[in-house]
Design a protein around this ligand. Structure first.
Ligand code: IVH
Length: 669
């Protein structure tokens, strides 16, 4: 192996590490996703051709290892205890008075940090490399979740030695799931007929303790660091310096922190964030207050449960009880019927709540809720309020059942097998049109600023639009005739519509509103096919060759493009000048093109992720379960039910050597 290849591999690792840091830690990328992917691919190719160049801390090695049976228990370097809570100003005052008296007149300062609503995790580094990650467990003994923690992109696999030169140290912090990932996960689960997670915290806990690291990776967790230890004790002299040092070492540290000089400063910070918490992309449930000086922390000491030098100020739970007065059914853009709870209005955390989502019939059954019941309602972030549980059955409670016809157009509704949602099948249903317009114009889709509920309702009322393509024929004169619309705003909106013509193909595809084709699937399809024509022409089989596209999604895409009304709509969008082509990912064709594989058991030398990569690079596809369309099952040691299923269906089974042979990489050849 030449020196220059080794140098190139290290250079790529450094670059990728740097760009991961900019993207996941600082949230300010300098290169496009495509450029990042190109660097990653170059490093992957290099490591595949020269496996000796692969290092455990390479950015290509975040997801690896086999699913496990369980987690190994490991004692913590010092207990991971909890914090006492202050529920109001008086309790915080009491805490400060105790600190003041125990420090006997010394001056002291506090550091105020956001209390992230997740779960704590310790990460151990040796020689600046992540070697072990432990959950809190019972506080004294945690569970080894290293393989899963490695998939968290904001947790560095290598730290910067110039910031923390020590050969061994431990970082403690919080694992969280951002709201957007949480919503996407629940949507996916709902589509797959699985129960939803109640909140991002539970979803994060499930992901961190998943037995298969590729599941953790897909859930996109995030990690914020707040402690730096050596042998179970703080490494530095103050909390403020700890946070700054962690940040310089490449860790993600929450930037909303403040040094406070007393109770009033603390109360100001707490008050500010109580008002602003909904603007954050993740959930917080309070503010953590810590005495800054470690020397003073040690003077104050610990009780058996918690430190005397810190306290968690908890924001009031945004929950309240009220009566479920009715359940109404709303129709979404894909025709899905969603039951919405009408509640007796109740104030929760300064906002009056009178509606909550019930998602679907399964959720109503899970809650066991009926009209007339008293329920506990929760508001969290910008997530729509939800019913947590039934508190009391109503005296004259009435059970709800999903209607047999669409409540808006009276059309047929169907519930497809394996789906939680009931859908209206009439593509002309007015409710679907309203929601499709809103979706099309929304920020993550075509981003037409100003095209919100109020304007869409007016456009529909005046019959100015009958489908998304009509938006591109609107004029400022037409808009100016609408209520509360001046010339300036009308012109601005027309400009915004014009501007949206240059949105990339993936957004156009997402905007069409094909069931199951959201942001991510649209991006994958756009990159794979490179044009809308190619997607529209692809058979269900061809569509399934795309990674992450299964039979259900492929069928929905086919159905959409087979519908003459949709084809007509597409032609009108094309005539309006929308982007129907985009950059195409280099198509991987190879010896395995057209073949679908399922991996099971432990292979003798390849990790599951490596085998998957090899198959994909050979042009093949890896699926999660065995079906009649599986071409081969690759089985290793301890293969279980998938092997049995393959035998039952007569799907050919090969071992690792068999796979390498098909790839033309056989060692024995
Ligand atoms: S410091 C001795 N700082 O809140 C434990 N904890 O209620 C000191 N948390 O178990 C923890 N954000 O899981 C600390 N900025 C922050 C935090 C934070 C969230 C969690 C953590 C802890 C719990 C205590």
């Amino acid at each position: 192996m030449s020196q220059s290849l080794a140098r190139r591999a290290e250079e790529l690792r450094k670059q990728l590490e740097h760009h991961e840091y900019l993207y996941y830690v600082l949230d300010s990328p300098e290169i496009t996703d495509a450029e990042f992917d190109r660097l990653m691919r170059e490093l992957r190719d290099l490591e595949n051709q020269h496996p000796e160049l692969r290092t455990p801390d390479s950015p290509t090695q975040r997801v690896g290892g086999q699913p496990r049976e369980g987690f190994v228990k490991v004692p913590h370097s010092s207990p991971m205890l909890s914090l006492d809570n202050a529920l109001n100003e008086a309790e915080l005052r009491e805490f400060d008075a105790r600190v003041h008296s125990l420090l006997k007149g010394e001056k002291y300062e506090y550091v105020a940090e956001l209390k992230l609503d997740g779960l704590s995790m310790a990460a151990h580094y040796r020689n600046h490399r992540l070697v072990q990650a432990l959950t809190r467990g019972d506080g004294r003994v945690g569970e080894d979740v290293t393989a899963n923690a490695r998939t968290i992109r904001s947790l560095p696999l290598r730290s910067k030695p110039e910031a923390i030169p020590d050969a061994a140290f431990e970082v403690r912090g919080e694992v969280i799931m951002q709201r957007r990932s949480f919503e996407a996960l629940n949507e996916e689960r709902e589509n797959a007929g699985l129960p939803r997670f109640a909140n991002p915290r539970n979803a994060a806990a499930g992901a961190l303790r998943a037995l298969d690291p590729s599941i953790t990776a897909a859930r996109q967790l995030d990690y914020f660091a707040y402690f730096l230890f050596h042998d179970g004790r703080p490494l530095l002299n103050s909390q403020w310096e700890t946070l700054e040092t962690l940040s310089r070492a490449g860790f993600k540290v929450n930037r909303y922190r403040r040094k406070c000089h007393g109770l009033n400063d603390l109360l100001a910070f707490i008050g500010e964030w109580e008002d602003k918490r909904d603007t954050l992309p993740y959930e917080i449930d309070g503010v953590v207050v810590k005495v800054d000086s470690v020397e003073q922390q040690e003077k104050l000491g610990w009780t058996s449960k918690a430190p005397r030098w810190a306290i968690a100020f908890k924001y009031p739970a945004r929950q309240s009880s009220t009566v479920l007065e009715n359940i109404e059914v709303q129709v979404g853009r894909t025709g899905a019927l969603t039951p919405v709870a009408h509640l007796k209005p109740v104030a929760i955390g300064g906002v009056t709540v009178s509606r909550a989502t019930l998602h679907n019939q399964d959720e109503i059954e899970r809650l066991g809720v009926a009209i007339g019941d008293t329920v506990l309602v929760e508001r969290s972030g910008d997530v729509i309020p939800k019913i947590v549980r039934v508190l009391e059955h109503g005296a004259h409670r009435r059970h709800f059942h999903m209607p047999a016809t669409c409540p808006v157009c009276g059309g047929h509704v169907v519930r497809q097998e394996g789906e939680a949602a009931v859908r209206c099948v009439n593509t002309n249903c007015p409710a679907r049109l309203r929601e499709s317009l809103l979706h099309f114009a929304s920020r993550h889709v075509m981003d037409i600023d100003g095209m919100g509920d109020a304007l869409v309702d007016q456009l529909l009322k005046h019959g100015l639009v009958h489908n998304i393509a009509d938006l591109y024929h609107l004029t400022a004169d037409q808009l100016m005739k609408l209520e509360r619309m001046g010339q300036k705003s009308a012109t601005k909106i027309i400009q915004n519509i014009e501007h949206s013509r240059s949105q990339p193909l993936a957004r156009v595809l997402n905007g069409l509103g094909i069931p199951f084709v959201g942001e991510r699937t649209a991006q994958i399809l756009a990159a794979h096919f490179g044009s809308l024509n190619a997607i529209a022409a692809a058979s269900a089989e061809t569509l399934q060759e795309v990674n992450e596209v299964g039979p259900k999604v492929a069928q929905a895409i086919r159905q959409f493009f087979d519908e003459p009304r949709n084809r007509e709509l597409i032609e009108r969008l094309r005539a309006a000048g929308l982007r129907f082509t985009g950059p195409r990912e280099k198509k991987k064709t190879g010896p395995l093109t057209g073949l679908t594989f399922v991996l099971t058991g432990t292979l003798p030398s390849l990790k599951r992720e490596e085998a998957k990569q090899l198959i994909e690079e050979g042009g093949g596809k890896v699926a999660g379960s065995v079906s009649k369309s599986t071409s081969f099952v690759i089985a290793g040691e301890d293969a279980g039910s998938k092997l049995a299923k393959a035998r039952e269906l007569g799907v050919p089974v090969r071992d690792e050597d068999g796979l390498l042979e098909m790839l033309g990489k056989s060692q024995q050849a």
